[in-house]
Design a protein around this ligand. Structure first.
Ligand SMILES: [Zn+2]
Length: 244
């Protein structure tokens, strides 16, 4: 794809302004820059000294990053990728090139949520990416959050949002667990109650309907019943695991 883009380092008689970055000259068009960037527009139309200058020095910029930005606003449109998005964002912010910034945001929305991305989103006000990353962070435990290197850089209002959402999640789970425990207790006590109410079956040896301590058949039936009920209790516990 690289060959499809204009080479801004080649002197172009149609170019109306030369940007000087890291000693490199980029021959570009005021109209194109102004069409995308209100900051460049202001430079060219207002009473700035840049208005009449044919050369504008942009100190502190990397020429490679700036060429990537130019590829985004000169056709064909530069694809946003992992390797250029983090260089483009600060430039789109500084020059208020909202269309390219929007494309960066759309691209980042396709990436998995992470704490690092959360910091990027809050730095550049990428609200949909921020929302996605807060969704990611609310699923983490407090120790996991605290040991994350990026946690300290999260703005307090975002930390509050993450913790409030997490708190809400935990309260929901707690409530569900409470209901589950109640239901489980009812079933478990039901099993125990069957012992309290005797065998529930007629003994063929001593003909007793209740447990007879001196009858081996009664004791054997009781032992079998204990085993059956223990299995039943284990099954109830497995069927109804507690969430917390
Ligand atoms: Zn018996």
């Amino acid at each position: 794809m690289e060959g499809c883009y204009p080479d801004f380092t080649v002197v172009d008689e149609m170019a109306s302004v030369t940007l000087v970055i890291e000693g490199h000259r980029l021959y570009v068009h005021r109209e194109v820059l102004a069409a995308w960037s209100p900051v460049f527009r202001a430079m060219f139309v207002q009473d700035f000294k840049e208005k009449s200058m044919a050369e504008i020095e942009l100190p502190g910029k990397k020429v490679e990053d700036f060429v990537q930005l130019l590829h985004c606003i000169y056709p064909p449109i530069q694809e946003i990728t992992d390797s250029n998005v983090f260089h483009l964002l600060p430039l789109t912010e500084e020059y208020q090139i909202s269309e390219v910034k929007k494309r960066c945001e759309e691209y980042l929305l396709t990436r998995p949520g992470s704490m690092e991305l959360l910091i990027t989103a809050q730095t550049y006000g990428l609200m949909s990416v921020l929302e996605k990353c807060i969704e990611f962070a609310r699923k983490k435990t407090l120790p996991e959050l605290q040991k994350d290197a990026f946690f300290k850089s999260i703005h307090p209002e975002n930390v509050i949002q993450i913790l409030m959402m997490r708190c809400g999640d935990l309260e929901d789970k707690l409530e569900q667990s409470r209901k589950m425990v109640t239901e489980r207790d009812v079933r478990l006590y039901g099993c125990i109650n069957e012992f309290a109410s005797g065998y529930g079956s007629f003994c063929t040896e001593c003909k007793s309907r209740r447990i007879n301590d001196t009858c081996f058949n009664c004791l054997k039936m009781f032992r079998d019943k204990v085993k059956t009920k223990c299995d039943e209790v284990r099954q109830i516990r497995n069927q109804m695991p507690l969430l917390l």
